[in-house]
Design a protein around this ligand. Structure first.
Ligand SMILES: NC(=O)c1ccc[n+]([C@@H]2O[C@H](COP(=O)([O-])OP(=O)(O)OC[C@H]3O[C@@H](n4cnc5c(N)ncnc54)[C@H](OP(=O)(O)O)[C@@H]3O)[C@@H](O)[C@H]2O)c1
Length: 327
């Protein structure tokens, strides 16, 4: 049996329920893993509210780190006793013990703690595929300017540091002056408080009117139009989240009028459909974290059974960096 956080209906943080669930033996291609730390992500909120629907009842959670207890037939890259971490569906990481597909579970280097592993897999792999694999025509070169919204959050602070390591000029937006300072301390070249300043005007001023090659936008509804307005001709809007609500339907003609722009709605899960792809991205993440160029900042940790408070704080924009749950 395991303690787990389940929802039986979609709704606010009050639908999160601590329950006891049975845990079986791993089948073909599966492992059983005992979690030492669990990652909290904004996608957990979308799944809790039903914005991203799943079959109920469900255990939430897409990220964790722990020790492999048992492996099923056909699993060769993991063995009982291995330290491991993952960002992976199906949801279900808000628990102590689970059986899950092994495909996206990676061995965790000894130098990386369980807490860091749990905090960084989903957010770090996201920063990886966005900065390295979601680029405009002609790619990104050192010195290029990109705009990153919500840059003081979990994914955001990793991106600030990684972009700096790539030589990019990352212009950060964030919801308070303190968050702007945090983004600057983590490698952003400029920071804009988009609650008090017009980010379109500021980005134009910073880039001498030229605009940026890419906007990485996880805020969604509130920033969508401004994000298009700060792109150079042929620039790319990489939309990857809905923290303020989903982007409403729009006419493609707007992309022509604003300079033959490109738009993608990107998701990590397209990038980690095979073990090989997941492992290659994770190796890149482990390397940059072990080099010290990207530090994983855990600003909030909560006992697993205090998960409702964790969700409230994440949705209230009162968190910075990564948050973890401790089972
Ligand atoms: N597509 C993918 O592959 C993928 C993968 C991972 C994460 N994501 C997305 O990336 C974003 C960041 O994820 P995260 O887990 O690291 O979360 P996070 O950035 O730590 O938290 C979300 C942040 O969004 C900002 N925000 C702006 N408007 C908001 C609003 N109306 N309500 C709540 N927050 C608002 C807040 O920062 P400010 O106060 O600074 O505005 C808040 O701290 C999320 O949108 C998530 O869904 C997408």
């Amino acid at each position: 049996m395991t303690k787990a956080i389940q929802i039986k209906q979609f709704g606010g943080p009050e639908v999160l329920e601590l329950v006891d669930l049975p845990v079986g033996e791993p089948g073909p291609g599966e492992i059983r893993i005992r979690h030492h730390a669990v990652g909290l992500n904004f996608i957990d909120v979308y799944q809790r509210t039903g914005l991203y629907p799943n079959t109920l009842p469900m255990t939430l959670g897409m990220e964790a780190a722990g020790v492999v207890e048992a492996v099923g037939p056909g699993v060769t890259h993991l063995a009982p006793g291995d330290r491991a971490a993952y960002a992976s569906g199906p949801p279900g990481s808000y628990c102590v013990l689970r059986v899950m597909p092994a495909k996206c579970v990676c061995k965790l280097p000894d130098a990386i703690s369980f807490e860091t592993g749990a905090a960084m897999m989903l957010k770090g792999l996201t920063a990886q595929y966005l900065l390295k694999k979601t680029q405009p025509q002609g790619g990104l070169q050192p010195g290029d300017a990109v705009l990153w919204h919500a840059a003081a959050g979990g994914v955001g602070l990793i991106a600030c540091q990684w972009a700096k390591a790539m030589g990019l000029q990352l212009i950060a937006t964030a919801g308070s002056d303190a968050k702007c300072r945090l983004a600057l301390e983590h490698g952003a070249a400029h920071a804009i408080n988009y609650r008090t300043e017009n980010f379109v005007e500021r980005v134009k001023a910073i880039t001498g009117g030229a605009g940026v090659k890419v906007v990485y936008d996880s805020v969604g509804k509130d920033t969508f139009e401004g994000s298009l307005d700060v792109l150079r001709p042929f620039g790319l809007l990489a939309s990857f989240g809905n923290a303020s609500g989903p982007v409403p339907p729009f006419a493609p003609g707007i992309l022509g009028a604003k300079g033959s722009l490109y738009i993608t709605r990107a998701t990590l899960f397209t990038h980690i459909t095979t073990r090989e792809a997941t492992q290659a991205m994770a190796a890149d993440l482990f390397a940059i974290v072990q080099s010290g160029a990207v530090k994983i900042r855990i600003d909030q940790s909560y006992p697993l059974d205090d998960v409702a408070r964790a969700h409230r704080e994440l949705e209230a924009r009162s968190t910075t960096g990564c948050s973890i749950l401790l089972p």
